[in-house]
Design a protein around this ligand. Structure first.
Ligand SMILES: [Fe+2]
Ligand SMILES: [Fe+2]
Length: 202
């Protein structure tokens, strides 16, 4: 598999795991429990930065090349830039609802749950569309030279967006979210897997 495609698929797995943590926290809330708002806030931080800064620019580049090679498939994928804007809108709507809950503002429980579900579902639909339609079409249509050209362009493009800053802060954030979520599953100290310590929430 071309390296760029492998990276994109790995990133989808990472995104899906973070979504899974949010999903679990929301299920706790929906069944009358107390979700961990530290985890929910960290999930928002992750989605406010990682996709637009590191994931979507690669997909934009890939779609541009796919439209040169196979316009019909690119057309089926559709307007990815617009889809990413809409995901950002759903994120902001959900983030506003989270803030309202944290500030004890009046927000019906169903509204909070609805916004969380809209966000989670829209992200999952988008990942599924790209896995089912976009990535296989790119894999079929692009040549080896395309992949090596794109692979060479990606670091330059990301560098121009971030001035050389790497993705490690998002990788750490993602690991923390997964560790905190796992820690939540073992409420008894003695049953916790080793090596997990909850960082103070900020
Ligand atoms: Fe995307
Ligand atoms: Fe994606």
């Amino acid at each position: 598999m071309p390296q760029l495609l492998d990276e994109l698929r790995q990133e989808h797995k990472s995104i899906a795991k973070v979504l899974g943590c949010l999903d679990r926290q929301m299920r706790i809330f929906e069944t009358g429990g107390h979700p961990d708002f530290g985890i929910i806030a960290a999930v928002l931080d992750y989605f406010e930065g990682f996709p637009d800064q590191y994931h979507h620019p690669k997909e934009d580049l890939l779609l541009a090349r796919l439209s040169e090679r196979d316009q019909t498939s690119a057309h089926v994928v559709g307007d990815l830039a617009q889809a990413h804007v809409e995901l950002g809108d759903n994120l902001r709507t959900f983030a506003t609802a989270v803030r309202a809950v944290l500030l004890d503002a009046e927000l019906p429980r169903d509204t909070f749950v609805g916004r969380a579900r809209d966000f989670i579902d829209s992200q999952r639909r988008h990942l599924a569309m790209e896995e089912a339609s976009f990535f296989p079409a790119a894999e079929r249509a692009l040549t080896a030279d395309d992949w090596s050209e794109l692979g060479a362009s990606v670091p330059r493009i990301l560098d121009s967006l971030h001035g050389g800053e790497d993705e490690s802060k998002y990788e750490s954030l993602r690991r923390n979210i997964l560790a905190w979520d796992a820690e939540d599953r073992w409420p008894e100290e003695s049953d916790k897997p080793p090596g997990l310590s909850r960082a103070p929430s900020s």
